[in-house]
Design a protein around this ligand. Structure first.
Ligand code: FE2
Length: 280
């Protein structure tokens, strides 16, 4: 057991839990260094095509849908000018890296699988936690896009719903550079939509279950210092504004599901059988 009863209770009440000073400065630097190496080594020509051809949707769906067991870099929407050129250098144009860094990259793998994190997973209710996906989020200066209100279970669905997010601030996240916002207690609402692969398996669709607006009167910003970890319930509505500041807002995030839960074939993220999900 790593969390206190009070912390567990707070998580159950609010749907999120902030753990300050969870990650050392050294580990934050290590992950940042590794992410910048991945971006440096990334051949952007394939993705530049995605943003400059008129078959954009087909290419980008394909690039995204096949990233569940790969390490790929995704550009910010505003990264390109009207002629298809990057507005900022490559290292300031990537929105995120995803989605199997925790399996394929040794630095992220060892960060992601620790006894401590396994204990947090058990404390927040998992019996057989499995790491489903990982992302490195850059939230770039000036062009880092907004992420609208959503529940993570919309994108990572299991039956019963089990997904939880482990989010690590590798830099200070403030109002200025687009910190996360959440609705305390909002995880007690049902799932409002489901994102799935279409029947042909070559695109995605959103099924709206409940189109009522989010009840945002209790919305709070989760401003945290570098090294903080935030645990997010999969039904908790959360969002972040665009980053219009001069500085980045780097974060690493993993999503964990219950190994005993049913994982539907229509989820966008599918892993080949030879790459089964692992725990901590
Ligand atoms: Fe999210």
């Amino acid at each position: 057991m790593l969390l206190t009863q009070r912390q567990i209770k707070s998580f159950e009440q609010n749907g999120y839990l902030v753990l300050e000073n969870f990650v050392s400065q050294e580990d934050c630097d290590k992950l940042r260094g590794r992410a910048s190496k991945i971006v440096e080594d990334f051949d952007s020509s394939e993705s530049v095509n995605i943003f400059t051809t008129n078959e954009q949707t087909r290419y980008s769906d394909h690039f995204f849908l096949e990233s569940g067991n790969k390490i790929r870099c995704f550009f910010e929407e505003e990264a390109f000018d009207e002629n298809g050129y990057l507005k900022q250098p490559k290292e300031f144009s990537i929105n995120k890296i995803g989605h199997a860094m925790h399996d394929l990259d040794p630095v992220f793998d060892s960060f992601s699988r620790t006894e401590e994190l396994g204990a947090v997973a058990k404390d927040v209710g998992f019996e057989d936690p499995r790491i489903l996906q990982s992302m490195y989020i850059f939230k770039q200066p000036k062009i880092g896009g907004e992420v609208g209100f959503h529940q993570d279970a919309t994108f990572l669905y299991t039956e019963p719903i089990s997904v939880k997010g482990f989010w690590f601030a590798l830099e200070d996240a403030s109002l200025e550079n687009g910190c996360m916002w959440a609705i305390p207690g909002g995880h007690r609402n049902d799932l409002k939509s489901r994102f799935f692969r279409n029947e042909k398996g070559d695109g995605t669709e959103m099924e709206i279950i409940d189109d009522s607006p989010w009840e945002t009167s209790k919305l709070v910003p989760l401003e945290v210092r570098a090294g903080s970890m935030i645990v997010l319930h999969g039904l908790l509505p959360h969002m972040s504004h665009a980053n219009r500041s001069e500085r980045t807002r780097h974060a690493y995030t993993m999503h964990i599901i219950e190994g005993l839960a049913d994982y539907p074939e229509w989820n966008w993220l599918q892993r080949p059988t030879e790459m089964p999900l692992r725990g901590f």
